[in-house]
Design a protein around this ligand. Structure first.
Ligand code: URA
Length: 209
């Protein structure tokens, strides 16, 4: 309960520092997010269940481990979550994708849903919610609420940066959902931005500001 995994792998920490730098180009930012996505996918899938199956090598038959159960689902919260998807699919190419369209009302900072499309049997799969910036936690909580309404029970959350406020909000509402993040920053500013943070992840990855 209330698990938070800070991924302190040197490659993740190095790439995160490059992403924080204000001068980083859109192309560089996107490329780094992709690369960190791949490394975070490695960490968040570390304990997936395996089952032995019989295979034939060029020399003999053997029992060898394969992933057990249904393919997992990556559930990016639009739009910044999309930046993680390609990197994660490099490692887990047969994963399914559930898009969750939420935007943050700039006045209330509340999450407003405008799109939801998931595999029909999403409730039977491990779902990994992708939200690069866990700020107030409103979007992550709303996304997990929606997934639970559709029956999902096996959920994990991956972000790039988390604010203590966001972690407290997610674990206040969904204490059993473990969180993976590359860093926990100091606090949120008056506009709900993570400090020191890296700015608006969506704008930086899509070049919209
Ligand atoms: N979303 C962002 O993209 N950046 C923040 O700092 C907070 C929310």
């Amino acid at each position: 309960m209330r698990e938070v995994h800070v991924v302190d792998h040197p490659l993740v920490q190095h790439k995160l520092t490059l992403m924080r730098e204000a001068e980083r180009t859109t192309k560089g930012f996107r490329q780094l997010l992709n690369e960190i996505g791949m490394l975070l996918a490695y960490e968040v899938t570390r304990d997936l269940k395996l089952e032995d199956v019989e295979i034939e090598t060029p020399l003999t038959r053997m029992q060898a481990p394969k992933l057990a159960g249904k393919k997992l689902v990556f559930a990016p919260i639009l739009r910044a979550g999309v930046g993680f998807v390609d990197g994660m699919l490099e490692l887990v190419p047969s994963a399914r994708i559930a898009h969750i369209g939420l935007y943050r009302d700039p006045k209330t900072l509340q999450a407003v849903e405008y799109y939801f499309k998931a595999p029909p049997d999403v409730a039977e799969r491990l779902v990994i919610v992708l939200d690069p910036m866990l700020a107030t936690g409103n979007s992550a909580v709303a996304a997990i609420d929606r997934l639970k309404e559709r029956g999902c029970r096996d959920l994990r959350l991956v972000c790039l940066l988390a604010a203590p406020e966001g972690i407290a909000h997610v674990h206040g509402s969904h204490p059993e959902v473990p969180i993976w993040t590359a860093a926990i920053d100091s606090h949120l500013d008056a506009h709900g931005y993570i400090v020191p943070g890296l700015g608006d992840a969506g704008d930086r990855m899509f070049g919209t500001k």
